[in-house]
Design a protein around this ligand. Structure first.
Ligand SMILES: Nc1ncnc2c1ncn2[C@@H]1O[C@H](COP(=O)(O)OP(=O)(O)OP(=O)(O)O)[C@@H](O)[C@H]1O
Ligand SMILES: [Mg+2]
Length: 233
């Protein structure tokens, strides 16, 4: 799968939610292809929960997560985008929403329900669970028993749950979540990541028996698209 470098930057200089803002653009079309590939990647198994991660920082994980969530929602699915990057959360910024309640409050305050904690978006069918306040112990929270209960409830209420995570090589958060979900999508920023870092990341994901759905090649130049199409394990 590939996702081109966006040259038509929007006002705040980020590709942002391009599938919403420019649904007929080439990039939006690529996201529809990625959606189809994901659906076909696990045809016989249930695929409801997906972790999006990468080797290092600034690869496009959050951009890919948000656009993928929106593109699944546009297919009449009830989709929950979860900001599980409890270290550098951005979902609330992308969607311009509050972040006083979210993943961390839901994990630490048992009186809160998932329903209390999610926010609607302008996209029909797309809901957000933002990060909430940045906790001192993200990995511990993500490894808690409470999160298993919450994932269970999410699966009852949504068709698709997408977890935006920190990079694999930096901290254990993505590995922890990868072991709990149906599939992992790996983002590779073209030309910005070392091959051995990708290999090391795959090892770390294999160690927790994560099911790798495939990789999205991000920031691919327009003229290269046919040469950098990439998908699969
Ligand atoms: N295809 C693209 N074309 C141009 N800019 C992009 C593209 N994908 C991502 N970016 C930009 O690169 C930066 C990093 O993207 P993003 O925040 O999605 O990455 P990330 O992997 O979530 O980063 P972090 O590790 O900080 O969580 C952002 O400014 C984003 O707008
Ligand atoms: Mg991010």
């Amino acid at each position: 799968m590939f996702f081109k470098r966006d040259k038509n930057k929007n006002t705040n200089d980020r590709p942002g939610l391009i599938v919403m803002n420019r649904p007929s653009s080439v990039i939006s079309e690529q996201f529809r292809t990625i959606r189809t590939n994901i659906q076909y990647s696990m045809i016989d198994e249930e695929l409801k929960t997906i972790v999006v991660t990468s080797a290092g920082p600034s690869s496009g994980k959050s951009t890919v997560s948000a656009n993928l969530a929106a593109i699944f929602a546009s297919e009449d699915k009830r989709v929950l985008l979860v900001d599980a990057d409890l270290r550098k959360p951005t979902v609330h910024k992308t969607f311009n929403t509050r972040n006083n309640i979210g993943m961390t409050t839901l994990l630490t305050d048992r009186s809160l329900t998932l329903e209390d904690s999610i926010a609607r978006t302008q996209v029909e069918g797309l809901y957000l669970l933002t990060s909430g306040a940045i906790p001192p112990n993200p990995a511990e929270l993500l490894a808690s028993k409470r999160i298993n209960e919450i994932i269970e409830i999410m699966q009852q209420q949504f068709d698709m749950i997408i977890f935006d995570m920190p990079p694999v090589l930096a901290v254990t958060d993505a590995q922890i979540m990868a072991s709990k979900v149906d599939g992992v999508l790996f983002v590779i920023p073209k030309g910005e990541v070392k091959k051995d870092h990708v290999i090391k990341s795959k090892e770390l994901l294999d160690n927790v028996q994560a099911k790798l759905l495939g990789a999205v090649m991000n920031k691919v130049e327009k003229t290269e698209e046919n040469y950098y199409y990439y998908y699969g394990n």
